[in-house]
Ligand binder design. Structure first.
Ligand code: UD2
Ligand code: MN
Length: 569
């Protein structure tokens, strides 16, 4: 109550201070760091021995929102196809406009009941599990920015209709500064009927990361469960996640994320088939096949998979553990990066991420972000991602930085997050690679990168354009581009898949797609020479200070080249 009032007064500032305090009190000696602390058993308030769907709210849901008939559009998760050619022009215009606005078919969603039924396609052994132990109660936190009414409501009804309500402490809707009118008073009026839903609103656009922190600050359940605002929970989704956390508080548990088609809203209910992974060169999240070692480790079909990363939107975590780990990085904006930050943090600081094969939640995946980011999305994502790299990746961050030619831009202050990592005594990223994600593809190490500057003439190696090209020495322009190179541990001077190649016969160099049987390996010596490996030829500049030649190696400074930066030995 009190917290809610403070939020009214001065939202983010107070929250962030509160959050700072939590983070500053985090330390690595806690029992939680031992990795096997159970959630304290609370009173029988959270007993859920009965698995019938009692409605502790005493509400008549059907009076609030009657269900549609079984043959109505979209029932049982079926697709509902609308052919725009059959629509009158006015309708067609509406259809297109809504699609453009949400990047999914709102027109179709509006035709489907917000309480549509879904089939239960879980594997039989999941259906057979009996949950007879008391489980902790969860706060469900859903952040949204201008979400479509029918889609948001369907998310909420899918929780109400398919979860044991005695396990839900509250549903917290965090409105991240939406402008749509229906998400204001009408949403409040509607949700007031449901009693279990709280609405909090940011006072300016905060982005999903700080919006979640606002949700956290008002949550009162023992467990937090995050959901996107365009999800449909499948029967039995919640209990398996809560069970894992009740057994061990350091587990973050995610469901199998099924997809809701963004055109026809059909629900595809595939079984668990992939885990979350990460690509180092782009520092981006991907789905990857379940590693063999993991399938072999599991002893039962209902056992969760350990996942190196999480997709980010849908998971449960103990509230105490979430705080112990340092919540989220409040310096991240709008979207992206927080899921990897969370993943590395959980694993290296003593916890684990699991993907539960018995828990299913469907989510509308889109090709394009529908909402306004305020600034260039690429820059925002880059900022968030660099914060992840700076704090968690040690020397492995350079693979990502190389991709941006080290133009990191202003990524803010990360000292507090680094201090957090210290206090929690988290393991190095190399430990994560070895123990959590040994299948990770590690790009060839880069030893040097940047400009290659000739000592005699103060000119820069320039590829002179796209391959194939004849490189030259040119005035250094400092813009990267054709004057940005990398020297790899294997001896290649390369950008992406293009190599600096020696032609021994003609004594020249060319810029060409890397291929077998090329003279493309160089030894960069302590005295700054590029020697064509296995020869006595060195990269040299002659004639007009521009033309590159291969000459017998000598002490001439025309054969000496320096790099902008040294990254490793
Ligand atoms: C995925 C995650 C998402 C988040 C994101 C990386 C799933 C299913 N989804 O992208 O949760 O981890 O990766 O950051 O794993 N939102 C706001 N304010 C904003 C922007 C978004 O409240 O400024 C809300 C939005 O309405 C939605 C949620 O945050 O409910 C996630 O955004 P999204 O659906 O665009 O992200 P998604 O699914 O592409
Ligand atoms: Mn989403």
């Amino acid at each position: 109550e009190k917290a809610a009032q403070m939020i009214e007064a001065d939202p983010m500032k107070l929250i962030l201070q509160q959050i700072k305090d939590v983070i500053n009190n985090v330390n690595g000696d806690s029992e939680l760091n031992q990795g096997n602390k159970k959630l304290p058993k609370k009173s029988n308030e959270s007993e859920n021995k009965k698995q019938e769907f009692v409605n502790p709210l005493g509400l008549d849901f059907d009076a609030i929102e009657p269900r549609a008939s079984p043959d109505a559009p979209g029932e049982m998760g079926k697709s509902y196809v609308v052919h725009t050619r059959d629509l009158p022009p006015v309708e067609k215009e509406k259809y297109d406009k809504m699609f453009e606005q949400h990047q999914f078919n709102k027109y179709v969603s509006d035709k489907i009941s917000v309480r549509r039924r879904l089939p239960d396609k879980r594997i039989q052994s999941c259906k057979d599990v009996v949950f007879d132990k008391p489980l902790p109660r969860t706060s469900i936190i859903i952040c949204f920015h201008n979400e479509a009414w029918s889609v948001l409501l369907r998310t909420i009804w899918s929780i109400l209709d398919r979860s044991p309500l005695n396990l839900i402490k509250e549903i917290i809707l965090v409105d991240d500064f939406s402008s749509l009118g229906e998400l204001k008073k009408p949403l409040e009026d509607y949700m007031a009927q449901l009693k279990i839903v709280k609405i909090v609103r940011t006072k300016k656009r905060e982005g999903l990361i700080r919006a979640r922190l606002l949700g956290y600050s008002v949550a009162t359940g023992e467990v937090l469960t995050f959901l996107d605002s365009h999800c449909e929970c499948v029967f039995g989704w919640l209990e398996p996640m809560l069970t894992r956390i009740a057994e061990n508080q350091t587990r973050a548990v995610a469901p199998v994320i099924n997809s809701i088609g963004h055109h026809a809203f059909g629900v595809d209910q595939h079984e668990a088939r992939d885990v979350g992974i990460v690509h180092l060169d782009t520092l981006s999240f991907h789905w990857g096949l379940i590693p063999k070692r993991e399938t072999q480790r599991r002893t039962s079909p209902t056992e969760p998979y350990r996942s190196p990363t999480m997709a980010g939107g849908i998971f449960s975590i103990s509230k105490e553990y979430f705080a112990h780990l340092g919540l989220y990085d409040a310096g991240m904006e709008i979207w992206g990066g927080e899921n990897l930050e969370m993943s590395f943090r959980i694993w290296t600081c003593g916890g684990s991420i699991e993907l539960h094969p018995c828990s299913h939640v469907a989510h509308v995946f889109r090709f394009k972000s529908p909402y306004n980011w305020g600034r260039d999305p690429q820059l925002i994502l880059k900022k968030n991602t660099i914060r992840v790299g700076e704090v968690w990746l040690d020397e492995y961050r350079f693979h990502y930085y190389e991709n941006h030619q080290y133009r990191l831009g202003n990524f803010g202050d990360v000292s507090e997050r680094k201090a957090l990592r210290q206090r929690l005594q988290c393991k190095p990223f190399s430990w994560y690679i070895e123990n959590v994600y040994p299948e990770m593809t590690i790009p060839e190490p880069v030893l040097y990168s940047g400009e290659v500057r000739n000592v005699a003439y103060d000119q820069c190696l320039d590829s002179m354009g796209q391959a194939p090209a004849f490189p030259k020495a040119q005035p250094c322009h400092g813009l990267g581009g054709n004057e940005y190179f990398r020297y790899f541990k294997n001896g290649e001077v390369r950008m992406k898949d293009v190599c600096l190649v020696a032609r021994e016969e003609e004594r020249v160099v060319v810029w060409n797609v890397c291929a077998e049987r090329q003279l493309r390996f160089w030894d960069y010596t302590d005295d700054n020479h590029f020697v064509v490996r296995g020869t006595n030829l060195c990269l040299d500049v002659t004639e007009g200070k521009q033309k590159l030649k291969l000459n017998p190696c000598s002490s001439s400074s025309t054969q000496k080249w320096t790099w902008t930066r040294k990254l490793a030995d």
